[in-house]
Design a protein around this ligand. Sequence first.
Ligand code: NIG
Ligand code: FE
Length: 459
Amino acid sequence: MVRGMKSPPRMKTDLLITGIGQLVTAEGAEARRGRRMRELRVVRDAALAVAAGRVQWVGRAGQWTPAYGSPVMEVDLGGAAVVPGLIDPHTHAVWAGDRLADFEARSAAAGYEEILRAGGGIRTTVRSTSAASPEELARLATPRIERLLSSGAVTIEVKSGYGGSTAAELAALEAIERLQAEQRAQHGARLLATLLVHLPPSARSAASFAPNQSHSQARQQFLARVCGELIPAAARRSLASAVDVFVEKEAWSVEEAERIFATARSFGLAVKLHSDQFHSLGGVALAARSGALSVDHLEAAGEEEIRVLGQSSTVATILPGVSLHLGLPPAPGRRLIDAGAAVAVGTDLNPGSSPLFSAAAALGLAVRMNGLTLAEALAAGTVNAACALGFNDRGRIEPGCLADFLVLHSRDWRDLLYVMGANPVAEVWIGGRRRKRRPEKREEATERGKEKPQQTETR
Ligand code: NIG
Ligand code: FE
């Protein structure tokens, strides 16, 4: 499933961007694999022409000819570097409540999986998210999306997954639908919804929703509802374009994921996987043989998984924010690329494993933690991330692509990956329009006010 590409618009130029000190982009519609991830086009003293929201022409400024009459508007960037708008292919931006108590407990040596087994972690977020309305969820997610946008992400995948029941999962997808419309109207930003089948019921919650059944029967019943109610409803209402499953010891097995995939595909939805985060259980092989768009995480991937992804069209999406926040071994980004894989990078923005609000920072972390070169990181956050979402019309500055690009504070594109703790992105252009800067909204303090008392000890 590849969507989006058009031919370069043959019509009056709406916008001519000049004074581009350096324009850097990957080229070609397919995912970059292996050493091809390092091949970037670097144009010095560049210009970029836009018509109807798409790139019309790009090259050396001196070579531009007004083939379709003088441009309606001209903007001189005074020597700044320009790169494609980033794509964040993996976020869980819709949640309520917070996980500060988990963070504090982990700082005192509790483990992420241990907290989850005890009914906390993701399950804490499921409790608070399932109690919120779609309106409230969309309101809470707005400043998170806007921070990602400021960091350069112009297409953002947003997953549900903290609902825990058919109704609550659909409510999360409705929140994403609202966000999609609002962000498109206000900033031109493009959001893509994925239905995440995150966790099976815990023994405790199984006892409450199916009192006369064993835990394993309750799990089967939950799965039957996912396949019989949730996926069909999400597909019928066009609330998601893909289904994602979390394969892990504390989550779903490969066999269960396979059943979910079969249902998703029967409704025309793409499939993808959270896999090999803590344990390697066969999810990578499942993703590859199912033609999944991507398989994400891979911190625990070994030789065999690397070999499989080196030969598969499934994109290997790595999430360095998780390794940083949870202290997990970084996913083997370097070895995946050396094996010929197409690697993408995402923030995995979520409250529990990756509170990372910057797509640019995720790429900088992939360089420092996963062994990517600078050029590979740019390809991973642009063209390959677009392919991980099934798009071939973005993540590159080439004729026919969406005119989504970033103007950096620097004259050198490498600052995008180098800068830490400050935003290297000066301007975000989407569909040939500069995103208006407005003061960042505060995250809602009241949300936290509702939480249980803090654990912090005061002495
Ligand atoms: O991508 N691994 C599973 N799911 C999410 C984490 C969700 C959470 O901790 O809230 C992830 O890491
Ligand atoms: Fe995730």
